[in-house]
Design a protein. Structure first.
Length: 352
């Protein structure tokens, strides 16, 4: 850190060498305020009580010289400045000529350390406030733009996106209550921005014309219970595009009742529809399921029972006067029928 560089154990370079370096790094009006013989050579300097303009100016110039030589900016510059000046009193800073104070403030500002400006505060007070901070003073976008308009060096520096992000103020995380308010407002304003009155009328017309019979007609490959679920989903989707008076569970329930009224499959549910949308949905599922079960064709065995087969065979024999010419196959069939009839209660005692 620059405060270490300023220690009394560090030997001072020759005055001529110091002067040539200062002319390259510091403005002339600042160099005119310092004593080169005191350069890094003030072992008795007390930052809390010193009031000599020359000594204070020389000390400030030395620190700035170190910042320039090390190429510090942003958070690194703030850290070095805080280490060097946190023990300084405001009167000690104010003891430096205004030229030196203004230069120190501008150097910090144009190299990424934001200093709050106020016409009611002295520059020494502003500098002391920054030295007393525990954290890096983050910038707003407006502050960056304002300072960039006054300093070409700063404007060039912030073209580096990484450096600009380092300086920028972090976004404020909203509280739970604030977040709920933001989301609620967004829910209201977003539809108002994107959905016109004409669009709302289109949704309303579609909502009112959607019926169970129409869904069945538009989906010929679907079973009726599947068409019913399509009806539920479509009404819910269309409701999102309607005005506030058509929102809510009651409006959705009434639309569903209207869409199913008159459909034979839904008659049972329409006698006493439930008070909620989900309740009516359950009633309709049950009614449509019962309707599908009652109209479904019965299943029969493909092969007739033995007794049925025997009866039909005897009827055929009687009709055609047993005209089988004594074939072997016919005799085998007769024997089989007689064997069956021995154990068939229907023919017991009949002599067959």
């Amino acid at each position: 850190m620059s405060s270490i560089l300023a220690g009394s154990d560090t030997p001072s370079p020759p005055p001529d060498s110091i002067a040539s370096r200062l002319e390259q790094l510091l403005p002339t009006n600042v160099i005119d305020c310092i004593d080169i013989s005191l350069w890094n050579n003030q072992p008795d300097f007390d930052p809390t009580t010193e009031t000599s303009p020359t000594k204070v100016s020389t000390k400030i110039a030395y620190y700035v010289y170190c910042y320039v030589k090390d190429g510090l900016r942003g958070k690194a510059l703030f850290s070095a400045f805080k280490t060097d000046f946190e023990e300084w009193s405001e009167p000690t800073i104010h003891a430096a000529p205004s030229t030196v104070r203004v230069y120190l403030r501008n150097y910090l500002l144009y190299h990424g350390v934001y200093i709050e400006s106020s016409k009611f505060s002295k520059i020494s007070q502003m500098l002391k406030a920054v030295a007393d901070r525990d954290d890096f003073p983050l910038w707003t976008r407006e502050q960056i733009q304002q300072v960039a308009s006054r300093s070409n060096d700063f404007d060039d520096a912030i073209q580096d996106p990484k450096y600009a992000r380092e300086l920028m103020r972090k976004p404020v995380v909203p509280t739970i209550d604030e977040l709920e308010s933001i989301l609620r407002q967004t829910t209201i304003t977003t539809p108002q921005h994107f959905e016109t009155r004409e669009g709302g009328q289109v949704y309303l017309a579609e909502w009112r014309s959607t019926t169970f019979a129409r869904i069945i007609q538009e989906n010929p490959g679907k079973r009726k219970d599947e068409a019913l679920e399509i009806l539920f989903d479509k009404l819910v989707t269309l409701q999102h595009g309607l005005s506030m008076i058509h929102q809510g569970d009651e409006a959705l329930r009434d639309a569903l009742v209207g869409a199913c009224r008159g459909a034979r499959e839904c008659d049972v549910a329409m006698f006493t529809p439930a008070a909620t949308f989900e309740g009516v949905c359950n009633q309709l599922r049950s009614a449509v399921g019962q309707s599908m079960a009652s109209t479904h064709p019965h299943q029969y065995l493909a092969e007739p029972s033995p007794s049925s087969e025997v009866g039909e065979a005897y009827w055929t024999d009687r009709k055609y006067n047993n005209s089988h010419n004594g074939s072997r196959d016919y005799r085998a069939q007769v024997v089989r029928r007689l064997q069956i009839n021995l154990y068939n209660p229907r023919y017991v005692g009949t002599g067959l």
